[in-house]
Every structure is written in structure tokens, then in C-alpha cells.
Design a binder for this molecule. Structure first.
Ligand code: SF4
Length: 289
């Protein structure tokens, strides 16, 4: 871990990354691709130590209430967050200034901040975005080795549901020849429906691979599933989009199940839902009912 002083914080789409790099070790992680130009090891977490100061400056000046998101490039609940509390301090500021917040994570450490999230959601809007992509916990331990398993993430979703804090699930990526089965898709969907999630993001039943990310992924396949990386090379070459041969069938199941359960499944509609701050009067009457 190393500390830096950042010059700016919010992206044009109101996102912020408080850390750079990630210790969770997911074998399919796009963020480790060479296009992101890391000058340090991906696991050597860069900590933007002045993020709370930068954020407060922004919030103090902003008139329009917005939802500020974190977690698109690096999980904001890194193991070091337990002690550093950088993410927590930023959420405390968001709560203090009555803005909305959204967090993308795979970690159950987010439960530490559930009360804060509850308060953010009551004042403006708080959305938990959690990744659930590998239903089999043994496989999840292999492929997402340093973070809690999928069934534990489902328990986290249930805790947020108990407090009426909305959640959106990222069901991507689906890994060809590993998780591209009807059983995997249906089990994750059952977790989602049972936890009352508002939306599920799945672009395609597949994954994307870029330079850097591809090599890391193939090394993991070679360790755990000898011969499988050759299958990928033969079928996909150096393609960016690596879709399951069953993608169409799986996407049909995904869409029809989401429609049956009234869950938003168009990715853009999910993103619009996350970014919208509801009318306060309507929101209060929902909490009162
Ligand atoms: S949690 Fe996200 S950022 Fe971290 S390794 Fe996994 S996919 Fe990459």
C-alpha cells in the first residue's frame, strides 16, 4: 500500500475512486488491463489520502443533489479500508451534506457502514451495487480468492433489503465453459429475486479480455483448469468480447425471468435508476407506509 495526494476526485459521471488497484484477486478483473497504465503492482494499493478533503470541497459548492458513485475501477472495501476508513469518511461527508451515494463492491465489509447508508438513503438515495456472478461458492473461492463468497454476498443483500436500501446486482462476467450454465444463471437470479434487488446488470453472457487482463486470466485458468486457456485461444483469439457459445439462450432466460419478477434488466435503465434521486415527499411516504 502507498499513499498519494490526488489533484482531483470526481469524474464527469460523478464517480470517484478512492483507491487504485485491488487486493481481491478476481481472475477476470478488467481493471488490471495495461490500458489503465499502472506504474505499480495492481495489488500494491494506491490510497488517495486527501480524498475526503477534496470531496468536502466539492459537496460544499454543489447546489444540485446528485448520487456519487464509487467502485467502478477498484473495490472501495479493500482489506486496508478496515483501518483506513477512507470510504467511510467519504460516506460520512455525503451523509452530512445530504447527497446520494452508490457503492460497487463484493466485500461484506460494506455491512460496517450499513447504518450510514441507511441514513444517506433516507435523506437522498443510497444504492448498494454488488457483484454476483459465480453461484458455486467453491468456484467463487478459486476465481475471486480474496473476497467473501457469493452466498455471503447474498446475505449482505438481505441485510440491505431489511432496511429498504435498494440494490442492483452486477451479474457480469459470465465465464465461457465455467459459469455459462443455465443452473448458474438461475441460481444467481434466485438470490437476486429473493433479496428484492431493483436491477441486474448483464450486458452479455460472456466477459471482456484486454491485454494484461487476458494474460492474468489465462494463467489462472492454467493453474485451476489445465487446457482450458487453449480452448479460449482457439475459439476467441485476441478478441475483446468473449461470449459464451450459449450466450443467446442464457440471455433469453435472463431477460424473461427479470421481466417475470419486475426487475430492471436493461443496463442503461439500471444506471438511470441508480443516478435518480427520488422526490423526497414520495420517498418519505414510502418509509411511513
Ligand atoms: S473486486 Fe473488482 S476491482 Fe477488485 S479484483 Fe475483483 S473485479 Fe477487480
Amino acid at each position: 500500500m502507498h499513499f498519494v495526494t490526488a489533484k482531483s476526485l470526481l469524474t464527469r459521471s460523478n464517480g470517484m475512486n478512492l483507491y487504485r488497484g485491488c487486493a481481491h484477486g478476481c481472475v477476470y478483473c478488467d481493471s488490471r488491463s495495461v490500458c489503465y497504465q499502472f506504474t505499480h503492482a495492481f495489488e500494491d494499493i494506491e490510497v488517495k489520502q486527501n480524498a475526503p478533503e477534496l470531496l468536502e470541497e466539492i459537496l460544499r459548492k454543489k447546489r444540485k443533489k446528485i448520487v456519487i458513485s464509487t467502485g467502478s475501477m477498484s473495490d472501495p472495501y479493500q482489506p486496508c479500508e478496515r483501518e483506513l476508513k477512507l470510504t467511510r469518511r467519504c460516506f460520512e461527508l455525503i451523509e452530512k451534506y445530504s447527497f446520494g451515494a452508490s457503492v460497487i463492491t463484493k466485500s461484506d465489509l460494506v455491512l460496517r457502514d450499513i447504518e450510514l447508508f441507511d441514513s444517506i438513503n433516507r435523506k437522498a438515495k443510497g444504492v448498494l451495487q454488488m457483484t454476483l456472478t459465480i453461484a458455486d461458492d467453491r468456484l467463487s473461492r478459486l476465481l475471486e480468492p480474496n473476497v467473501c463468497t457469493t452466498s455471503r454476498r447474498y446475505e449482505v443483500l438481505k441485510k440491505f433489503q431489511e432496511r429498504n436500501i435498494p440494490a442492483v446486482v452486477w451479474m457480469t462476467p459470465i465465464l465461457p465453459f465455467l459459469t455459462d450454465t443455465e443452473e448458474n444463471i438461475r441460481t444467481i437470479l434466485d438470490y437476486c429475486f429473493d433479496a428484492g434487488v431493483k436491477g441486474i446488470v448483464l450486458f452479455n453472457a460472456g466477459l471482456t479480455l484486454r491485454d494484461g487482463d487476458r494474460e492474468y486470466y489465462y494463467r489462472a485458468l492454467d493453474r485451476h483448469f489445465p487446457g482450458l486457456s487453449d480452448e479460449y485461444r482457439k475459439r476467441y483469439g485476441n478478441a475483446y468480447e468473449v461470449n459464451s457459445p450459449d450466450s443467446e439462450k442464457l440471455m433469453r432466460i435472463f431477460r424473461s425471468e427479470c421481466e417475470k419478477h419486475g426487475v430492471i434488466h436493461d443496463p442503461d435503465a439500471c444506471f438511470r435508476y441508480i443516478a435518480e434521486i427520488p422526490d423526497r415527499q414520495t420517498q418519505m411516504s414510502l418509509f411511513d407506509s
